[in-house]
Design a protein around this ligand. Structure first.
Ligand SMILES: NC(=O)C1=CN([C@@H]2O[C@H](COP(=O)(O)OP(=O)(O)OC[C@H]3O[C@@H](n4cnc5c(N)ncnc54)[C@H](O)[C@@H]3O)[C@@H](O)[C@H]2O)C=CC1
Ligand SMILES: NCC(=O)COP(=O)(O)O
Length: 339
């Protein structure tokens, strides 16, 4: 059950200011009434909006000021000034801005000044170039929240498909060695709990994709399913969770198959994200499960190629803002019920 509205605004980090972050946040603000969005404020360089979007912005110092301004302008909390923003041409100064905005947004959510955290798209390569040592924002936010990276789960959620890549931003060649029984069990438990807390699904149904073609074909095309997946899944079933698998990955994403589970746990990034983005590129949301705060993000990236051209669709950002509100409300409702 999720009812009512939040008493706190949502914090939205701008992401890389040379990407489409400022444009999709501005366009989401324009859609605030039509889409029924909860009040939100952006965190970034206020000067980074004009090259991308010509709507009104207002500088605020405190998240609580959001409510006084949200009707008439996009409230923005300032990070350090980026020297110059050229849409589509990322630079290290912009990467510092993105890094600082992310750090501040986490701080507001953790301090209880924001109801949830919505992160704009960043370029991982640009962040790495300014000293970011985590694979992505998921792991960074987990660390800032004191959660081990194995218990923070990346989920991408579309209208009738939710996927979890059990390994995330690592080379494909490293997947087999990282996918051990412990990781699979941790991902399964955290996904089940995350579906309960953020989506209000009381008894989540989980499906696990195999690693090899045809889920190993009874051990003839690889033994990971027999030696690692099946014992891990058996143990998790013994803990009372509803889990099927390992299933052949090529036949578990068609419409009828999708109706049998609430989330599909996949062995690696592209096994999960290809079906999701093929079906729902503009509707899907990246949500991190297992955190003490709610964190969502659009499913897409910085789209440098279209930045500053007024071509970016804000739909995934709007969906991320809506999902952040809905997840925060689910958590409040569960707390009211003693959950
Ligand atoms: N949430 C995040 O912070 C994410 C960040 N990234 C980062 O983004 C950078 C670029 O990644 P790509 O693989 O090029 O993916 P991308 O999602 O930025 O772009 C892929 C294609 O989709 C188009 N596109 C993306 N968002 C769009 C929108 N809102 N409206 C219209 N068209 C849109 C782009 O123009 C491009 O043709 C990488 O550095 C990656 O690390 C990628 C995914 C998620
Ligand atoms: N492919 C998903 C993605 O890149 C998002 O990563 P994160 O920065 O949210 O961890």
């Amino acid at each position: 059950m999720s009812v009512g509205r939040l008493e706190l605004p949502l914090a939205v980090s701008v992401g890389d200011p040379a990407g489409i972050g400022p444009e999709i946040i501005g366009k989401a603000w324009e859609a605030r009434h039509a889409a029924g969005l909860a009040p939100f404020f952006a965190i970034g360089d206020i000067a980074s909006f004009a090259p991308h979007w010509n709507g009104p912005v207002v500088r605020i110092e405190d998240p609580a000021e959001t409510f006084a301004h949200f009707d008439t302008a996009l409230p923005v909390i300032q990070v350090h000034n980026c020297i110059s923003i050229i849409p589509g041409i990322p630079d290290l100064d912009g990467a510092h801005c993105a890094y600082q905005a992310l750090e501040m947004a986490i701080g507001f959510a953790r301090a209880g000044s924001a109801a949830a955290l919505v992160t704009g798209p960043v370029s991982k390569a640009q962040l790495y170039a300014v000293g970011f040592t985590h694979p992505g924002q998921t792991e960074f936010i987990a660390e800032r929240c004191g959660v081990s990276k194995n218990n923070a789960v990346m989920m991408l959620a579309g209208p009738d498909l939710r996927v979890v890549p059990m390994t995330t931003h690592i080379p494909l060649a490293s997947v087999a060695e990282q996918l051990d029984g412990r990781l699979i069990r941790q991902r399964l438990r955290a996904t089940a709990k995350g579906l309960q807390r953020n989506f209000g699904i009381a008894n989540p149904r989980l499906a696990v994709a195999g690693f090899n073609p045809h889920a190993g074909e009874a051990g003839n095309m690889g033994r990971e399913e027999l030696d690692i997946f099946e014992p891990a899944i058996e143990q998790i079933r013994g803990e009372g969770f509803d889990v099927v698998g390992p299933l052949p990955a090529d036949t578990m994403f068609h419409a009828e198959a999708r109706s049998h589970y609430d989330a599909a746990l996949c062995a690696y990034h592209d096994q999960a994200l290809i079906p999701l983005k093929t079906l729902y590129f503009h509707d899907a949301v990246n949500i991190t499960l297992g955190l003490p705060v709610v964190r969502t993000s659009p499913d897409h990236g910085t789209a440098f190629g279209i930045a500053g051209k007024n071509m970016a669709l804000p739909l995934s950002m709007i969906a991320a803002i809506k999902m952040a509100e809905s997840a925060a409300l689910h958590r409040l409702a569960a707390a009211d019920l003693g959950g």
